[in-house]
Design a protein around this ligand. Structure first.
Ligand code: ADP
Ligand code: ZN
Length: 433
């Protein structure tokens, strides 16, 4: 049994939880139909009336909404309350196109921060912890979300924001940070800096809460080892609130989705058909408590699967498996689907760090893909010929991906370190579109 921030909600029976979801869903559908013209029109077009949605079994009757809809409705088209009732905006990082702006009422912020507090407590956080938040602050939801959660738990909160690694390390050692929150790529970079400076003995970290970008199990092991911590995954997106939509418990076997606020579905991204538990598809969320920026059946473009298998932590909320990537992150190279996470797995299994980039281009009519990866300092002095290194990686990538990709081995420190979300893919083919 674990620690909970809101035990009565986090461990309520599935039956009770689904009853709560049904009540909230029916009320929320009526709320958006009455208050947001966009939803009224969409539902009228689909021939669905609010009274048709009595519970979660009716969810599939509602039309989907997409990121393009959000962009079309920018900025105020989806507001569920008067602007004067909104207290905050946040915005997506714009990883895959124009930014989306999301609005929050004070209650929306409270829910979001509670979700982050649940994640911090699940990672072992208490009021005695020093919580070092080095996600970016500002429009990006990472910093503000975890900051709010940390306050609610009562941790001593260090609002570091991202960047300035020297200052991060100084505060971490001087103030004894015990929990760190940032992107996994930045955690890896901090780990590298700690090892280089021989600071490991002066670090008191016990847990890290890492998310906002895909990361592999191999990367988790790497970070856990270098920082001497347990590394927890956290997932979220600005449109739905921010980080904390789901989070890992001590089992580290999928992230519990906060089902009292968000109802997940997995669909076939091509047909929209709802898939059974356990099948991989696109994650769709319906927010059942959000007021300022209400979203019904929002297609996230993230690919994963769900499981309702009981979890030994005692939480009853459904778990989502770590997203393998976004459907729009997936590269199609020579007709084969390739996820950056597959490449990361191969590289880390061969002892490399997550300092790599994937460059895709089109020469004539064919795709070419080059994986560029840095040697670790130890590799650089190991004497193993570069050609041999290359061969080894090409071979393992071929068996993982089924296609041959080129490999370029770089000297240590050649790839720019990320402070927020790492840029893994440079797809030059898009330049010619
Ligand atoms: P943007 O879509 O511009 O990056 P956000 O900053 O809101 O905007 O990022 C949300 C997205 O980040 C998610 O849809 C997902 O693709 C990715 N993401 C967030 N957390 C995780 C995680 N733990 N694992 C994998 N991907 C994640
Ligand atoms: Zn659990």
């Amino acid at each position: 049994m674990g620690n909970y921030y809101q035990p009565e909600i986090e461990t309520m029976s599935v039956e009770e939880l689904q009853k709560l979801q049904s009540e909230r869903l029916a009320a929320q559908v009526k709320f958006v139909y009455d208050n947001v013209e966009f939803y009224k029109n969409r539902m009228d077009e689909a021939g669905v009336k609010p009274e048709d949605i009595k519970g979660i079994e009716d969810l599939h009757k509602l039309p989907f909404i997409t990121k393009d809809d959000l962009r079309d409705q920018y900025p105020y088209g989806l507001l569920g309350v008067p602007l004067s009732d909104c207290v905050r905006i946040q915005s997506t990082s714009g990883t895959t196109g124009r930014r989306v702006v999301a609005f929050y009422t004070q209650e929306d912020i409270d829910v979001w921060e509670e979700c982050c507090a649940r994640a911090i407590v699940a990672a072992g956080g208490t009021k005695d912890d020093v919580c070092h938040v080095c996600y970016g602050y500002g429009l990006f939801t990472g910093g503000p979300g975890l900051n709010g959660g940390s306050h609610r738990v009562g941790c001593l909160t260090l609002p570091m924001s991202s960047g300035n690694t020297e200052r991060q390390l100084q505060f971490m050692t001087d103030l004894g940070s015990t929990i760190i929150c940032c992107t996994p790529s930045y955690a890896a970079n901090l780990g590298e800096a700690i090892v280089e400076r021989g600071l490991k003995d002066q670090i008191k970290l016990k847990a890290g809460i890492f998310g906002a970008e895909p990361w592999t199990e191999e990367m988790r092991h790497n970070i856990e080892e270098t920082l001497g911590i347990k590394a927890y995954d956290i997932y979220g997106l600005t449109e739905i609130s921010g980080p904390g939509v789901s989070f890992e418990c001590e089992e580290q076997a999928g992230m519990h989705i906060q089902e009292d606020h968000f109802i997940p579905e997995i669909i076939n991204p091509d047909t929209g058909e709802v898939l059974p538990e356990g099948e991989v598809g696109e994650l769709v969320f319906t927010c059942i408590t959000k007021k300022a920026f209400p979203l019904l059946r929002y297609r996230t473009r993230d690919l994963c699967y769900l499981t309702r298998k009981p979890c030994s932590c005692g939480r009853t909320h459904i778990r989502m498996h770590k997203p393998t990537g976004r459907s729009d992150d997936m590269l199609i190279i020579k007709g084969v689907n390739v996820f950056p996470s597959q490449i990361e797995t191969v590289l880390l299994n061969l002892g490399y760090q997550a300092n790599y980039q994937i460059v895709v281009d089109r020469v004539g009519n064919s795709d070419v893909c080059e994986v560029q990866v840095e040697m670790t300092p130890a590799m650089a002095i190991s004497g193993m010929p570069i050609e041999l290194r290359k061969k080894e990686i090409v071979k393992d990538l071929k068996s993982m991906l089924g296609i041959r990709v080129d490999v370029k081995i770089l000297e240590p420190k050649s790839i720019v370190r990320s402070e927020g979300k790492a840029v893994r893919v440079i797809d030059k083919r898009h330049l010619y579109k």
